[in-house]
Ligand binder design. Structure first.
Ligand code: MHF
Ligand code: KIV
Ligand code: MG
Length: 274
């Protein structure tokens, strides 16, 4: 087989081209083994800064560092060959200037090998999104509920319930679309607004708590598997319930170690006889 026939990984442009064709499938991924299991089932994996809350026990995403995002981006790249991989830029690594954003995003692409980054923001980030896309960095936008703004918004609350919020999010989505993002995540937004934005923008919308009207869906993998159970937003569905299975495995292991029934002969190295 020629090297030219090897199947290539999906690119940001392939994700963009799915608008109007079929729903786009995405999940977050943070580790190699989970990326391996997910790779054939999703169009893109998002190395989300939600890893701060899901893997590191932080109470928001504000404390997540660029080093954490790069380490997990590298892990996810090692476990995937089909899906497009997008890495979140963490709080503080891109908001200061478009130059800061470019330097951070370039470092993420160079050190992980991923093909795109995501950043939170609407009209105020449009110039940055344009700057990056014009310089070879595909950008996934993120509007609506923006978890990195927790310290000014005060909580994780669904949006688009009054004229002021609707007007802002509508303008934010249009600005990120015009700036050249290849797709836009809409988080925590009422259905009528998500539907309107999806009909108005050129690129696919990827919803999380933003209704089935979006062009695709994304969820946090630990929510999908029922591993993360500290809180359960309305938009989360546990497609499996691994938490009780994991507790049971730990309990059984502890019991068997205490009873000396584990390790058994089949788990034990012996010198060969004779
Ligand atoms: N495990 C996990 N899943 C997520 O979806 C997620 C994270 N972590 N961390 C980063 C952000 C934070 N997110 C959150 C967190 C909580 C709610 C929540 O509790 N929402 C309530 C209130 C809604 C309202 O008042 O309008 C809900 O009932 O959905 C929503 C989004 C979404 N992201
Ligand atoms: C769920 C998504 C959109 C995200 O930004 C994250 O996981 O950090
Ligand atoms: Mg995020």
């Amino acid at each position: 087989m020629s090297v030219h026939t090897a199947k290539r990984r999906l690119a940001p442009a392939d994700i963009k081209a799915l608008k109007g064709e079929r729903p786009i499938v995405s999940l977050t991924a943070y580790t190699t083994p989970v990326a391996k299991l997910m790779d054939q089932h999703v169009d893109f994996m998002l190395v989300g800064d939600s890893l701060g809350m899901v893997l590191y026990g932080l109470d928001s995403t504000v404390g997540v560092t660029l080093e954490m995002m790069i380490a997990h981006g590298q892990a996810v790249m090692r476990g995937s060959s089909n899906a497009c991989v997008v890495v979140d830029l963490p709080f503080g690594s891109y908001q200061q200037s478009k130059e800061q954003a470019f330097a951070t995003a370039a470092r993420v692409l160079k050190e992980t090998g991923c093909s795109a980054i995501k950043l939170e923001g609407g009209a105020e980030m449009a110039e940055t999104v344009h700057f990056l896309t014009q310089r070879g960095i595909p950008v996934l936008g993120h509007v609506g509920l923006m978890p990195q703004l927790i310290n000014t918004t005060g909580g994780y609350r669904s949006l688009g319930r009054n004229d002021k919020e609707v007007d802002k999010i509508r303008k934010d989505a249009a600005a990120i679309d015009d700036a050249g993002a290849f797709a836009i995540v809409i988080e925590g937004t009422v259905e009528p607004l998500a539907r309107e934005i999806t009909g108005a923008v050129k690129v696919p919308t990827i919803g999380i708590g933003a209704s089935p009207a979006c062009d695709g869906q994304v969820l946090v993998v630990d929510d999908v598997l029922g591993i993360f159970t500290d809180f359960k937003p309305r938009f989360v569905k546990h497609f499996a319930n691994l938490a009780p299975l994991m507790s049971e495995a730990f309990a059984t292991y502890a019991q068997e170690v205490k009873a000396r029934s584990f390790p058994g002969p089949e788990h034990t190295f012996q010198l060969k006889k004779g």
